[in-house]
Design a binder for this molecule. Structure first.
Ligand code: PRX
Length: 658
C-alpha cells in the first residue's frame, strides 16, 4: 500500500492516444455525456443495440427493494443465441470464434458456425441428462473449446453454471457442488500444463466419493468426461464420455428465451470468513455490460481484430472477457490451454506472432514475471500486430505499466488498467482507448453509466488528493444479484457498511489524485490478492488448523515482487507434535503441501513460520497488521492494544532467526 501511494505522489506521466487511434476509436466522448444526462436510458439503449431480445423489455431498472436489483426484467432473451446463432444468421458463420492453441502445439480453428453447432448438440446432450431451466451444472475443465461449449450449452437451456477453477482441489469441488446442489459435473480426463497431463477427473471422483458416491445426499447424477489428456481414468456408472454423447445427440436445437433476470451462473469467490461466497449473476444486464465494456474498452473491430484474454475460464475474467463479452460481440479470439513458459519462456509472444493478436488482456503478475526474465525474450517475436493492451486483477505498478507499453506495445499501444470484481461482473473503472490520456498505474475513470466514489468511513466523498474506500454509488446492469442461498450475507457484506445509503462497498482502498483519477490501493479487509486471485485469510487458516500438527494459525498477505501478495502463515504447533516430529522445516513443508491439497496450489503459503504465540487483542482478535509488518520485514507498528505486548518481540525474534 505504501509503495502505491509513493508512486501516486510522483507519477506525472500521461500518454495521449495517437491521432490515428483517436480518429478510429470505437468509444466517443458523447457516451459520457449521454450517460450523465439519463443514465437509465443510456443503459437501455446499450441493451437494445448490443443484444437481441425475443421479448423487448419496457422496464430498465427496478430498485424498489434495494439491494436486490432487477434490470430489464420484463424482457426475454437467450444468452447463448446472442453469443452464437445470431452471428451465423447475420452471415458471419465463417468468422473464427476461437483460435485454440493446445500446450503441445496442437491447434483448432472454431468458427461461429462450428461453435453454434457444437453448443446445439451439447444442449441436447444436457437436456437428455435431465438438465433444464434453473438446474445447476458444475464445470471443471481445462482451457479447451469444450469449456466454452459447456458453459454456453448450460446457458442455452436456461440452466446455471458453476465453473470451478481446474487448480482447485477435491474439497473445493465438494463444497461448491454441495452449496449449489449441482446435478451434473462436466470435467475432462485432464489438460496439458507444464508439459504434462494434469489430471482432473480424479479430483471429481474424490469429491463425489466423499459422499459415498451416489449416496442419499448426493445431488450429482452424472459426470460428463471430455477426452483430452489420453490418460487412464477410473470409470464409474455415473460417468459418460462427452464425445460419445455428442455423437449420438441431435444436431438441431432451437433456443428458447428466458427472463432477463434468469440466473446465468454462480461463481465462488473468497470472503473474509472461511466459506467461499457463491456470487450470483443473471442474464440480460450481465450480458449488456459485458458486451458494452468489451466493445468500448477494447476498441473492438470484430472484422479485423484478434483478441486474446489470458484468463482461465475458472475466474470471472474468463467468464466475462473470454466467453460472454467477446462472443456476444462476434469477436475472434485466441484461447490457449497451457502455461506461459511451456515449452519455452516466449510461448505467449510466439502465440501473439502466430495469430497476429491485436488486443491483449492479462494480469500484472504475469507482466512482472516477464519483466524479470527480460525484454530479450519478447523481442525475439514479431509483436507489431498489437495495438491495445489491458491489465486486470490487481494494481499495476507504474514500472510494470511502462514496461508493458514499451516492450509488448511497441511504445504506441494504449494500456488500459481495468478495475472490477467477480461481484461487479464487468469492468467498472478504466480508461477508454482513443479518448482518455492514460496514466501509468491508475485505473483512472468509471466507464460511462457507472457511478463510483471514494468515501470516508461515514460514506462522505473524500475529495481530490485524498484516500478512502471505493464504493459504487448506483446499481449497475452486471451487478451481482446476491450470494447463492444467503441473502443476509449479501446485505451485510456489501451494502450495510454505510447505513441505509445503499452504497456498494467493494472492499478496496482507493485514492483520488488531483485530476480526480482513481488509484486502487489494495484490499482493506482480510482478503489477499495473490497473482490477481482473491484468497481469504480465514479459508487458509481453516485449512491449516484442520491439520493434526496445528494448534492455531494466522495468515497474512505480504508484498511479493511477482505475485503482488504472497501467503505467509504463522502457525503454533501442538506440543505433542513438536516433541514427536522432526525438523521445523519438515513441518512447514508438510503444512504447505496440506494447504495445496485442501484448497489448491495457488493457496500454498510462501512462508510458514512456526511460532509459540500469536499477537492478540484483549478480546482475543488476532492482529494481522502486526504479523504483516513482520512478514514484510518492517519495524512492528503500534502494539499497545495487545493483551501481551512482549509477544511481538518473541515472534520477530523467531522469524528473523529462521
Ligand atoms: O482488489 C481488487 C483487485 O481484485 C479484486 C477483485 O478480485 P476478483 O473478484 O477475483 O476479480 C478479479 C478480476 C476482475 C478487487 O477487489 N483488482 C481487480 N482489478 C484491479 C484490482 N486492483 C487494482 N487495479 C485493478 N485494475
Amino acid at each position: 500500500m505504501n509503495t502505491q501511494i509513493d508512486n501516486l505522489l510522483h507519477e506525472y506521466r500521461k500518454f495521449p492516444p495517437s491521432e490515428e487511434f483517436a480518429r478510429n476509436a470505437v468509444a466517443t466522448t458523447e457516451l459520457y455525456e449521454e450517460a450523465k444526462a439519463d443514465r437509465l436510458e443510456f443503459w437501455a439503449r446499450q441493451a437494445r443495440e448490443l443484444l437481441d431480445w425475443e421479448t423487448p423489455f419496457t422496464r430498465t431498472l427496478d430498485w424498489s427493494n434495494p439491494p436486490f436489483a432487477k434490470w430489464f426484467d420484463d424482457g426475454r432473451l437467450n444468452v447463448a443465441y446472442n453469443c452464437l446463432d445470431r452471428h451465423v444468421e447475420a452471415g458471419n458463420g465463417d468468422r473464427v470464434a476461437l483460435h485454440w492453441e493446445g500446450e503441445q502445439g496442437d491447434s483448432r480453428t472454431v468458427t461461429y458456425a462450428d461453435l453454434t453447432a457444437e453448443v446445439k448438440r451439447a444442449a441436447n446432450v444436457l437436456s437428455g441428462l435431465g438438465i433444464g431451466e434453473g438446474d445447476r451444472v458444475a464445470i471443471y475443465l481445462p482451457m479447451i473449446p469444450e469449456a466454452v461449449v459447456a458453459m454456453l450449452a448450460v446457458a442455452r437451456l436456461g440452466a446455471v453454471h458453476s465453473v470451478i477453477f481446474g487448480g482447485f482441489s477435491a474439497d473445493s469441488i465438494r463444497s461448491r457442488v454441495d452449496d449449489a446442489s449441482a446435478k451434473l459435473v462436466i470435467t475432462a480426463d485432464g489438460g496439458w500444463r507444464k508439459g504434462k497431463v494434469s489430471a482432473l477427473k480424479p479430483a471429481v471422483d474424490a469429491a463425489l466419493q466423499a459422499r459415498g458416491d451416489l449416496g442419499p445426499q448426493e445431488t450429482v447424477t452424472n459426470v460428463l468426461v471430455v477426452k483430452r489428456g489420453e490418460n487412464e481414468i477410473d470409470w464409474t456408472d455415473r460417468d459418460l464420455w462427452w464425445h460419445e454423447e455428442m455423437a449420438k445427440a441431435e444436431p438441431e436445437h432451437v433456443a428458447q428465451s428466458f427472463p432477463a433476470e434468469n440466473p446465468l451462473f454462480i461463481l465462488y469467490t473468497s470472503g473474509t470468513t472461511g466459506k467461499p461466497k457463491g456470487i450470483l449473476h443473471t442474464s440480460g444486464g450481465y450480458l449488456t455490460q459485458c458486451a458494452f465494456t468489451h466493445k468500448i474498452v477494447f476498441d473492438l473491430k470484430p472484422e479485423s481484430d484478434v483478441y486474446w484474454c489470458t484468463a482461465d475460464i475458472g475466474w470471472v475474467t474468463g467468464h466475462s472477457y473470454v466467453v460472454y463479452g467477446p462472443l456476444a460481440n462476434g469477436a475472434s479470439q485466441v484461447l490457449y490451454e497451457g502455461t506461459p513458459d511451456t515449452p519455452h519462456p516466449g510461448r505467449w509472444w510466439e502465440i501473439i506472432e502466430k495469430y497476429k493478436v491485436t488486443t491483449f488482456y492479462t494480469a500484472p503478475t504475469a507482466i512482472r514475471s516477464f519483466m524479470k526474465l527480460g525484454r530479450k525474450i519478447p523481442k525475439q517475436f514479431d509483436l507489431s500486430s498489437v495495438r491495445l493492451l489491458g491489465s486486470v486483477g490487481e494494481p499495476i505498478n507504474p514500472e510494470a505499466w511502462m514496461w508493458y507499453r514499451k516492450v509488448i506495445g511497441g511504445k504506441a499501444a494504449p494500456v488500459v488498467d481495468t478495475w472490477w470484481q467477480t461481484e461487479t461482473g464487468a469492468i467498472m473503472i478504466s480508461a477508454l482507448p482513443g479518448i482518455t490520456e492514460t496514466k501509468p498505474g491508475s485505473a483512472q475513470v468509471p466507464i460511462p453509466g457507472i457511478n463510483v466514489d471514494v468515501v470516508d468511513d461515514d460514506g462522505h466523498h473524500v475529495g481530490t488528493g485524498n484516500g478512502g474506500l471505493l464504493v459504487v454509488a448506483e446499481p449497475w446492469p452486471s451487478m451481482l444479484r446476491g450470494i447463492w442461498g444467503d441473502p443476509e450475507r449479501f446485505k451485510e457484506t456489501y451494502w450495510e457498511k454505510f447505513g441505509d445509503k445503499h452504497l456498494y462497498f467493494a472492499g478496496d482502498g482507493a485514492r483520488l489524485d488531483h485530476d480526480s483519477d482513481i488509484w486502487l490501493l489494495g484490499r482493506v479487509d482480510d482478503v489477499m490478492n495473490v497473482s490477481g486471485h482473491r484468497l481469504s485469510t480465514a479459508e487458509i487458516e481453516s485449512a491449516l488448523v484442520a491439520h493434526p500438527f496445528t494448534a492455531e494459525a494466522a495468515v497474512v498477505g505480504a508484498h511479493d515482487d511477482t505475485t503482488g501478495q504472497a501467503v505467509v502463515a504463522f502457525v503454533i504447533i501442538k506440543e505433542s507434535m513438536l516433541e514427536e516430529s522432526a525438523a521445523v522445516e519438515d513441518i512447514a513443508a508438510v503444512l504447505r503441501a496440506h494447504v495445496g491439497e485442501q484448497i489448491g496450489p495457488i493457496a500454498r503459503p510462501r512462508d510458514v513460520f512456526i511460532v509459540n504465540e500469536l499477537p492478540k487483542t484483549r478480546s482475543g482478535k488476532i492482529m494481522r497488521r502486526l504479523l504483516r509488518d513482520v512478514a514484510e520485514g518492517r519495524e512492528v507498528g503500534d502494539t499497545t492494544t495487545l493483551a501481551d505486548t512482549t509477544v511481538m518481540q518473541i515472534i520477530t525474534g523467531q522469524v528473523t532467526a529462521k
